[in-house]
Design a protein around this ligand. Structure first.
Ligand SMILES: NC(=O)C1=CN([C@@H]2O[C@H](COP(=O)(O)OP(=O)(O)OC[C@H]3O[C@@H](n4cnc5c(N)ncnc54)[C@H](OP(=O)(O)O)[C@@H]3O)[C@@H](O)[C@H]2O)C=CC1
Ligand SMILES: [Mg+2]
Length: 327
């Protein structure tokens, strides 16, 4: 704990968020965040000068600041940048930045990006999500796929250009639909083997080339649980940085009450089941309690508040009578 009684935490991906200029504060991250007693987490920003000093202390050339990407700006129009310090990559030129020593220097500790993301407020989580997706895209698009030559990042990081043929590469986003299926009184929750233990969520799937969102919803639901969609309507969307940059498009869908028998595709899902509104409402309420997983009292749990799946499920519990449009 630091003198103000606040424990500082960082994500394991060791990105720094900062903004240039005399008034800037910078944020070592994925993240340096403050974790207070009442479980509110906020990002801490420090200046680029502090960041340069820190890099110097760890034997790094401040030249790596040029790898920074623009992720947004404040209401006062101060630019915010993110930088990957390369703490996790053994092949990285920055690998000599030692995590433990960095934690000591920053008076904090690194935590997983997924954990940090769910503990931040919506605005900060969005910055973090943008930083992760953009930095990862740059890391994996270092070469031109036509000429094989190294590509060059522009100053803001909004694109990369091949100097030999001027081909421009822009960051990519894959569209994914996430759908909460209901039969009118119950909703369908599923789990993949990769989910954290005990967690159930809505059904998700990548859009195939040539498909509309409506077609993806119908195909994914048919493929994964063998149901035919009767009606669907759009709810909301969210950028999601894992495993790569995706745009999650959230929908509600209904199936006809008489056609609810599940044929679970066990290659894609570990389990799928119908749950009553009361059951889901109870789990949603307990989801917000601390240590609910350890209590053993909850049969399953739902994605955290910030996940769009959570919003979809909450919406269904709170607005049971919404009337979807024909698909
Ligand atoms: N924010 C949230 O609340 C939630 C987010 N999600 C996210 O939704 C995404 C999609 O869900 P998921 O059920 O896995 O999707 P799918 O049901 O489409 O299954 C994943 C499979 O789709 C294939 N695929 C097609 N296009 C792509 C692509 N662009 N990138 C990667 N794989 C592709 C791959 O198959 P193959 O291996 O055969 O090539 C992959 O294994 C996941 O990334 C997950 O992180 C999921 C649930 C909740
Ligand atoms: Mg899926």
């Amino acid at each position: 704990m630091n003198p103000s009684g606040t424990e500082q935490i960082f994500s394991q991906y060791s990105t720094c968020l900062y903004r240039p200029g005399s008034l800037m504060r910078s944020l070592p991250w994925p993240i340096k965040a403050a974790y207070s007693g009442d479980e509110i987490v906020e990002l801490l920003w420090s200046t680029i000068l502090k960041l340069e000093r820190l890099l110097g202390k760890f034997g790094q050339d401040s030249q790596i600041l040029e790898d920074s990407v623009l992720i947004g700006c404040s209401e006062q129009q101060e630019a915010w940048f993110a930088l990957d310090l390369g703490l996790n990559s053994s092949s990285s030129i920055n690998a000599s930045l030692q995590k433990a020593e960095m934690e000591t220097a920053l008076q904090g500790s690194f935590i997983k990006l997924t954990k940090a993301l769910f503990e931040l407020n919506v605005k900060d989580a969005s910055l973090l999500s943008t930083a992760q997706a953009l930095l990862r895209w740059h890391d994996t698009h270092q070469f031109c796929s036509r000429s094989g030559q190294p590509t060059k990042k522009n100053v803001s990081g909004s694109k990369r250009v091949c100097p030999s043929n001027n081909i421009i590469y822009y960051p990519q986003v894959a569209p994914v639909v996430i759908t909460l299926v209901s039969d009118g009184t119950r909703c369908l929750l599923v789990r993949q083997s990769s989910f954290p233990k005990g967690m159930y969520s809505a059904l998700a799937g990548f859009c195939d080339i040539g498909e509309s969102l409506e077609e993806t919803v119908r195909r994914e639901i048919a493929e994964e649980v063998g149901l035919e969609v009767d009606r669907l309507h759009y709810s909301a969307s969210q950028h999601w940085p894992f495993p790569n940059s995706t745009l999650m498009i959230a929908c509600h869908a209904t199936v006809k009450p008489g056609q609810t028998e599940l044929q679970v595709n066990l290659k894609e899902l570990e389990a799928a089941a119908w749950f009553s509104r009361d059951e889901v409402a109870t789990v949603l309420r307990r989801n917000n309690l601390s240590n609910q997983q350890q209590s053993g009292a909850v049969p399953f749990w739902l994605p955290p508040k910030l996940a769009i799946a959570h919003q979809l499920i909450k919406e269904w519990v709170e607005k049971p009578t919404c009337s979807p449009l024909p698909a």
